[in-house]
Design a protein around this ligand. Sequence first.
Ligand code: ADP
Ligand code: ZN
Ligand code: ZN
Length: 803
Amino acid sequence: MEIASVIVDVPTKQTDRAFDYLIPDQWRETIQPGMRVIVPFGPRNIQGFVVELKKESELKQLREIIEPMDLEPVLNKELLALGNWLMETTLCFKIFAYQVMLPAALKAKYEKMVKLAPGVGLDSLPSPLRAFFSKDGKLDWVDALKNGIVSLLQKETAKGHLEVNYIVKEKVKKKQRKYIRPHVPLAALKEEMERLPANAEKQKQVLNYFVEHFTAVELRLLVAEVNATASTVKALVGKKLLAEEEMEVYRDPYEHRTFERTKPLPLTKDQQIAIVPILNALEQNLHEVFLLYGVTGSGKTEIYLQSIQEVIEKGQEAIVLVPEISLTPQMVNRFKGRFGDLVAVLHSGLSAGEKYDEWRKIQRKEVKVVVGARSAIFAPFENLGIIIIDEEHETSYKQEEMPRYHARDVAIERAKTYSCPVILGSATPSLESFARAQKKVYHLLSLPSRMNNQPLPAVEIIDMREELREGNRSMFSRKLFEMLKDRLEKQQQSVLFLNKRGHSSFVMCRDCGYVMNCPNCDISLTYHRVNEQMKCHYCGYESFVPKVCPECSSEYIRYFGTGTQKVEDELGKILPEARIIRMDVDTTGRKGSHERLLRDFQDGKADILLGTQMIAKGLDFPNITLVGVLSADTMLHLPDFRASEKTFQLLTQVSGRAGRHQLPGEVIIQTYTPEHYSVELAGTQDYDLFYQQEMMIRKTHHYPPFYYLSLITVSHDQLLAVVTATEKIVNYVRLRLSDAAVILGPAASPIPRINNRYRYQCLIKYKREPNLTKTLKTILDQYQKDTKSGLQVSIDVNPFILM
Ligand code: ADP
Ligand code: ZN
Ligand code: ZN
């Protein structure tokens, strides 16, 4: 084949298609679909993905591929097809659909170089410029910017003396280690050893090592083993008796840990009933989606493990997704413990290099199981036997930037291709999934009770308004305080949970109510204690905390809201003897700190673990007998139709942290809205009732799972332009869709301005609209092509964030 269709790395509407390139003779054997190549594009050289090889092109004048970037495809056939599916379903640019499947390390970094044009000598440049160029006539763009000579360069470029080149560099190098191996046959080695002069004692020892172990060994180990120096070894390499080579090593993030191997546990009656349909599907190679619904501690993970065991025995592979925050060492240990080195782990705590290494283990079929966060769904396996999504209700499975995919949808799409089962597991399934299970689209499997029938912890809901009325102004109710003290005396552990989302610490004037807002975005600034600064989480704007109110000059301006730090300070005052571990973004930023803090807590180095969302999941320590939620309702007031669902899920999850072992657990939930059904029902841990109530509300308001949603967001720095464009879009959508579709808008977005751009939206609710995808594509075509207008239009199909 002579011609390659290439998707180029230029994410714009105009370039969102395959371009044909001629494959030069020397690369004809090499280049295959799924490989990355460097191609000329306009005046520059860029990266692209080969998606197809063909004999002919409609175009006559084709440019040539410059060089391949890979020696083997990085995307297999199935993933190439999956990319197409992603483009169709999420309406993303093609290049994003492929890039999302690869580890960040494979995303090339472009370095810009200014170079002498062909045939031009350095002396053609004016003397002040010459000094900046290297002998071979090159200048790094970064240096050009630094030295402020861009306009000079521009003039020379106009004269044809200079040109700009893009150099594509891999961000990550493979980690290499030096290995030494024998270079001659064993007999020759022996002979040479004996022939060495007596004073070459060290060289003899080295050769003797290879006579005894006739194999490659890492230089570092060899030197230590025979107590020789590297130069002794080098001398023998020089004599061509030994050879040196660089071999690739994997950066194993779990390198220095040993995992105690576990064996499958005999399943309980409930587990047996639940696993049979899964094993059946595996045996018959059936694609089926199972919803494994069971409270925390009901034994879901053991079912995952035993299903995977079956898959491995069939010679197939498994993907396990867990939410990023529950990808804790505890969780990883359970998989590594069962399957050892057959497990690769992908999570954001790894460096780009480590991620790349894990990815290559998968690519090379050295592992059979991947445990990872959202993007692990693209693991390049080619013989998938099962996909498991734990905590399937977690919103982090939806990616909020292009491609705006949901890992659950991708899982089902891949499982269809491989004709294999999917297990969705949760104690509080998303309404969408539970409704599908009710309609028998998914196969419902239930684990109704905890292991050994431990009771769920007793939950008490405390009305904080009542506390205030009775004169308690602290963030701790009297009951919670009593219980904390009680646990301290009993030497049992407590967990305090602060729901941070939607609860940012903002600065407000107590006299006039002035709130410090971002000048670019219509949103309050968040107070950061570390550097005493106010920060905008949307545009990055920073400012100092004012001493007096800019409006009324009052000195009573201070920050509100309860950060974990503030809770810690308060705790220190009322329970000075308590040892506290605080876990939040500030204390867990460094690599490995998350793990260390948890281990300290497990080892009993603290009495109270205080933290945000990140402590809600996966925590399973026997000595925790009290869980306190400081305020349950902060999330209820977000402009989000899933607010109640999320609140219920989170409260249920946190409650599940207490009393998982012998000691019974208690839970205290503090709230300002105890009468809200999601708080009330989390108190009784009644998912079924919550499901019924919430479904009624969703039905009334035309929300999922009764309707699908698509959200169009338009932004521009001129308000009028946004309104006009959104209005046009809304009218167009109305024209194209059926009367059954509900079209809301144009309306200002819940955050009406970000980074000085006004934002308007159109929300479409629908059941079945065959015309929808085409309509949305047309809108994108129209507006993404027209970049001069400054309008930005983005579309989120099945959005999770409506802001
Ligand atoms: P879930 O994933 O639903 O939260 P787990 O699988 O973690 O539940 O099980 C909870 C606890 O019960 C774990 O400590 C696990 O080792 C144990 N367990 C699970 N299945 C069995 C079994 N069949 N026999 C004995 N212990 C079990
Ligand atoms: Zn004021
Ligand atoms: Zn801002």
